[in-house]
Design a protein around this ligand. Structure first.
Ligand SMILES: Cc1cc2nc3c(=O)[nH]c(=O)nc-3n(C[C@H](O)[C@H](O)[C@H](O)COP(=O)(O)O)c2cc1C
Length: 323
């Protein structure tokens, strides 16, 4: 099985990727959070800071583009290619209101004719490998058949399917029937993405789809950074491994943000990752709240130490989505 890190805006940027890879070098590909084309076709300093090759040494990184304009896609793809990249990913999944209102991300799925024209143009004019990350429709999985028919006209590097429609956001169960349709119909290799939070969930997926050889994981790895390692070796993550990843990430954010922006950004980033990581500790509401309330790095470190000291670490647990 090949494992890919899901793109997660604000979370799985270069600091996360590098910290992760140092502790658990087991992802085959790291997809970046989306890049939106600029008017001049150049990468913004923020995007360069994320995908610059000197910041991603030793990692197989796939930059992701979000747009509905073929010329913008092509100019951005060219700037990415100039950095040495051979592959890009196209975002047809983002459910955010502002993105969808501009007919981008999963909003583009509601305009099949325009989507077809867009894909025709980009595949005609780039020699980069292009993969697609898609939802199974904008409002209804019945849309997926037509969308798959369009994808099948183009030589996608791979088709990553998150089997939810836009209106689902990340809530409710994944729509496995639509994924089944995708894996049966797609002419391109298919990758599964969605709600793989534990080893047993992934093993069930493998049993159901023996032909599947690629899985993308996001929130499951944010909660349990040892998940892919456990899938590969059968050994659950230890508290020591979990904390060494935490420490690496914390140091990475401090090195990057402390001098430039102060403690506030470092705290914000670490509090965000604890929305996922707290799922690995039993009965930790009080300790989690303390982390969220920390106003300084000293407060934060004391709150994390209390979490580790007072709450039982549950290596077999996975991300618990909010209800
Ligand atoms: C906070 C957050 C940010 C995300 N950012 C992106 C993004 O930039 N590009 C993208 O294609 N998907 C993005 N996603 C979706 C994830 O890549 C993934 O499809 C989703 O989390 C489901 O997979 P999971 O259940 O393994 O987390 C984001 C999801 C979350 C929760």
């Amino acid at each position: 099985m090949n494992y890919y890190l899901a793109p997660m805006e604000g979370i799985t940027g270069r600091i996360f990727r590098n910290a992760y890879h140092r502790c658990f070098p087991d992802f085959d590909k790291y997809f970046t959070p989306f890049i939106t084309p600029t008017d001049n076709g150049k990468l913004s300093p923020k995007d360069y800071n994320d995908i610059g090759p000197e910041f991603n040494e030793g990692l197989y990184v796939v930059p992701q583009i979000l747009t509905n304009q073929a010329d913008g896609f092509l100019r951005t793809a060219k700037a990415i290619q100039a950095l040495g990249y051979k592959e890009v990913n196209f975002n047809l999944g983002c459910p955010s209101g502002t993105v969808v209102a501009k007919r981008r991300g999963s909003g583009f799925l509601a305009y099949p004719m325009e989507l077809d024209e867009f894909l025709y143009e980009i595949f005609a004019k780039t020699d980069l490998k292009v993969s697609i990350k898609t939802r199974v429709g904008k409002a209804d999985p019945a849309e997926f058949e037509e969308i798959l028919g369009i994808y099948n006209r183009y030589p996608l590097e791979e088709l990553i399917i998150h089997p939810r429609v836009r209106e689902d956001y990340y809530k409710g169960s994944v729509r496995m029937e639509a994924f089944e349709e995708g894996i049966a119909m797609s002419k391109s290799p298919v990758c599964y993405n969605g709600d793989i939070f534990t080893v047993s969930q992934e093993k069930i997926l493998e049993e159901k789809f023996p032909q599947l050889n690629r899985v993308m994981i996001g929130r499951g790895v944010c909660a349990n950074p040892g998940l892919v390692s456990a899938l590969k070796t059968g050994n659950p993550v230890t508290l020591e491994q979990f904390m060494s990843f935490h420490d690496c990430l914390y140091k990475g954010y401090q090195d990057f943000f402390l001098a430039m922006s102060g403690q506030r950004v470092v705290l914000f980033k670490m509090k965000e990752i604890w929305c996922y990581m707290a799922s690995m500790f039993a009965d930790c509401k009080k300790q989690e709240k303390k982390i969220k309330k920390a106003q300084s790095l000293a407060d934060y470190e004391a709150a994390v130490a209390a979490m580790v000291r007072e709450c039982q670490f549950q290596p077999d647990h996975g991300f618990l989505p909010p209800r």
